[in-house]
Design a binder for this molecule. Structure first.
Ligand code: 5GP
Ligand code: MG
Length: 177
């Protein structure tokens, strides 16, 4: 147990090896083409920064987009809004990898994929650090998954609860939620 009743779910060492493993898979798939990373703000910033440094495939560019699902507290409503337009000329014809923190209902992935595909990339794949498959509502497939986790609300390593805890270096959960 840590402060505020948080319990450790994935340690810093486990995160490092998980990110390295994802990077090796992505390196293989983009070895000849390189890729453009699209980081989903804000939760995927820490993961993206680590993944970017672990990749050996050529990253032509990194872009950012904000996806928020409106809901209260720790539940998502299924309505996803995307803000902060991607420069269309930086996506068109590129091999794009969307980088997200956590896959939950899947609605974010659907909305982000629809948006990025509207900008005519050469290809689009989706990477998520964490996956909570028990909670899935949308029919989606994630191309790269770091860790499959039980249905806990998690924080740390970029992920927040009401903007708190993003700076924690590992992933924690609230055992009582
Ligand atoms: P989805 O659209 O797949 O339901 O939701 C994904 C988004 O909901 C994630 O990108 C994240 O922003 C938020 N989310 C889902 N589960 C959690 C969680 O356990 N902790 C945090 N901090 N955010 C979550
Ligand atoms: Mg998110």
């Amino acid at each position: 147990m840590l402060r505020d009743g948080l319990a450790l779910l994935i340690s810093e060492a486990e995160l490092r090896s998980g990110v390295a493993r994802l990077a090796r898979q992505i390196d293989q798939d983009y070895a000849t083409t390189g890729l453009v990373l699209v980081c989903l703000l804000k939760g995927a910033t820490v993961f993206t920064a680590d993944l970017l440094r672990a990749l050996r495939a050529e990253v032509h560019r990194i872009e950012f987009v904000r996806a928020s699902s409106y809901g209260s507290g720790t539940t998502s409503s299924g309505r996803v809004s995307i803000t902060g337009a991607l420069p269309a000329e930086h996506i068109a014809g590129q091999h794009v990898l969307a980088v997200d923190d956590i896959a939950d209902t899947g609605h974010t992935c659907v909305a982000v994929a629809e948006y990025i595909n509207s900008l005519a990339p050469a290809s689009l794949r989706y990477c998520t650090l964490l996956d909570k498959p028990e909670r899935r509502q949308a029919d989606v497939r994630y191309d790269y998954v770091g860790f499959t986790i039980p249905n806990h609300f998690v924080v740390g390593y970029g992920m927040d609860f009401d903007e708190r805890y993003r700076g924690l270096p590992a992933v924690y959960y609230f055992p009582d939620r």
